[in-house]
Design a protein. Structure first.
Length: 327
């Protein structure tokens, strides 16, 4: 039975938020630490968990798309950042180095692509927020990739942009596909073969495909993909590759993929958010447990004040309607 497109769009955006929320307690930890502290995390651990910076930056992009439609460009995105994000009212809770450095660059008068050229331009801050671009470009991975690169030019450079393009292309295909294989292929087709991101995704998907299930895949994925000598966990090629490897190991199962992202640690909220967006797009919103959906439906605005109170379902519906008019 075919899945209505609005259900896929809802599954994508809500799946992202669920992964973001579930992964917040395990962010920055190793799989061993997670196992020692909680065993295997299979649900929310406390009442405070909800969508954070990953969800809220995606909602900010949704606002821009709905306001400007196909006229959206890098300059408008940068102006949106300066008008709404570079403000004292925002708590920036959960914001990464890339976001804070871009705020500094924009305050200093830099515009894209110069605004995205900084010491943490390779972070996963773009990859976490590209789902709205994929929703308006469903079935057109090249368009989703272009939109991600446009947004990325404001905040990122190099591998940070490439990783975001890979995620956008994968979600765009997952929104119209019947299996996860096409989404993974689209991600690799959208990026240079000689990039770190391409090599990491290829290796991770091979490991995930060979794994018996997602749980048996976590340790070999962590060992092969994570640059253990580097302390910070927000490296875009790492986070994106781990997400794709986990999705492959889970065979596209929403709950298995999201929980795999949660339990692998590192930038767990972003890894789980990417996995949730892909698998939610593939299967539709009804695959997401009702209690998980209720947890994230309304944005709390803990990072970006302007998205406080935004509801994910009507936002996804509006993006799905925009996709019908997008040329």
């Amino acid at each position: 039975m075919s899945i209505p497109y609005k259900d896929r769009a809802r599954g994508c955006l809500i799946g992202l938020a669920v992964g973001d929320a579930l992964g917040s307690p395990t962010e920055g930890k190793t799989p061993e630490t997670i196992q020692r502290q909680w065993g295997r995390v299979t649900d929310f651990l406390n009442d405070k968990q909800g969508g954070s910076d990953d969800t809220e930056h995606a909602l900010f992009n949704a606002r821009l798309l709905l306001a400007h439609g196909p006229a959206l460009n890098a300059e408008l995105i940068a102006e949106g950042w300066k008008r709404e994000i570079v403000k004292g009212v925002n708590a920036y809770k959960g914001a990464g180095f890339s976001e804070m450095l871009v705020i500094r660059n924009l305050r200093d008068g830099l515009m894209p692509p110069a605004s995205g050229q900084h010491l943490h331009a390779w972070s996963d801050g773009l990859a976490m927020r590209v789902a709205p671009f994929a929703i308006v470009a469903a079935g057109r991975p090249e368009v989703a990739s272009e939109l991600a690169a446009m947004d990325g030019s404001v905040t990122h450079a190099g591998e940070g942009i490439i990783a975001g393009q890979a995620v956008a292309a994968a979600i765009a295909v997952a929104l119209v596909a019947e299996s996860v294989d096409g989404a993974i292929d689209a991600s690799l087709s959208a990026i240079p073969e000689d990039s770190w991101t391409h090599r990491a995704i290829t290796k991770a998907v091979q490991i995930g495909t060979r794994s018996r299930d997602v749980w048996s895949g976590l340790e070999p994925l962590h060992r092969a993909i994570v640059p253990a000598a580097y302390f910070w966990p927000d490296v875009a090629p790492e986070a994106v590759a781990l997400a794709f490897g986990i999705v492959a190991a889970a065979r596209g199962s929403f709950s298995e993929a999201v929980l795999g992202g949660v339990n692998i640690g590192r930038d767990a909220d972003t890894i789980a958010a990417i996995a949730g967006a892909i698998c939610g797009a593939l299967h539709g919103v009804n695959v997401i447990p009702t209690e998980w959906r209720k947890r994230v439906e309304r944005s709390r605005g803990i990072c970006l004040a302007m998205v406080a109170g935004m509801e994910l379902t009507p936002t996804a519906d509006a993006l799905a309607e925009l996709s019908e008019r997008w040329q």
